[in-house]
Design a protein around this ligand. Structure first.
Ligand code: PGA
Length: 252
């Protein structure tokens, strides 16, 4: 059985005091939450402070991005080793905002995936279609292209450790959540791709999160789908009760 995994993507929100307060609230109220993995991905400048608050708790630390080179003259970038130094376990890669706002390509994401895996971070690799792509019935084609481009050259053993997040771009931050059936269709297709490119064991091992306007009141229905193994949560991860309310919707 794949263990449900709920991760909060705080994006470019909060200030230092608010980030610390949110982390403290999550630690306090997540005690005794069993059967689900939890992680928070604060802005990189607050990783250190948040990491200190959640140390020893059941909440893991993740980053929102990383650069693929190990070190050197890359102004403004952050390496895998630096993230590990701060206690990060996860890194979100290929988020739609990085793809569509910041122009990241599948090739660039692929380099980051390899750097993260090599350095021992667990990538949460995001894929998802734009509204016009869905309306043109291109969803599965887009997902396959992003999968093949972002995950090229990942070994079977590495793939088993990695997390995929299906995030339809039209559902992110819009309040328009994919229906459980719409999400499940893509998750099932991702599992088929894993089976085609690797094997059944890999397809059954990889956790696939859904992301896009997940809230406490829609989480349980989404998480009850057989191929949805968790959630990548944006807006609702900024409130203790909402984030933990989503986690409470995970099947036990
Ligand atoms: P949202 O963001 O929950 O605010 O829609 C999800 C995400 O971007 O990961």
């Amino acid at each position: 059985m794949r263990r449900p995994f709920i991760a909060g993507n705080w994006k470019m929100n909060l200030d230092r005091a608010a980030a610390i307060a949110l982390a403290e609230g999550l630690v306090k109220h997540s005690e005794g939450k069993v059967g689900v993995d939890l992680a928070v991905c604060p802005p990189s400048v607050y990783l250190d402070a948040v990491g200190r608050v959640i140390a020893g708790s059941k909440i893991a630390l993740g980053a929102q991005n990383v650069y693929h080179e190990a070190n050197g003259a890359y102004t403004g970038e952050i390496s895998v080793a630096m993230l590990q130094d701060l206690g990060c376990k996860y890194v979100i890669l290929g988020h739609s905002e990085r793809r569509h706002v910041l122009g990241e390509t599948d090739a660039a994401i692929n380099k980051k995936v390899h750097a993260a895996l090599k350095g021992g971070l667990v990538p949460i690799v995001c894929v998802g279609e734009l509204l016009e792509e869905r309306e043109a019935s291109k969803t599965l084609e887009v997902i396959r292209r992003q999968f093949d481009g972002s995950l090229a050259g990942v070994s079977e053993a590495q793939m088993k450790t990695l997390v995929i997040a299906y995030e339809p771009v039209w559902a992110i931050g819009t309040g328009k959540v994919a229906t459980p059936a719409q999400a499940e269709e893509v998750h099932l297709d991702l599992r088929k791709i894993l089976q085609e490119r690797y094997n059944k064991g890999v397809a059954e091992a990889v956790r696939i999160q859904y992301g896009g306007s997940v809230k406490p009141d829609n989480a349980a229905e989404l998480l009850a789908q057989p191929d949805i193994d968790g959630a990548l949560v944006g807006g609702a991860s900024l409130k203790v009760d909402q984030f933990l309310g989503i986690a409470a919707g995970a099947p036990k």
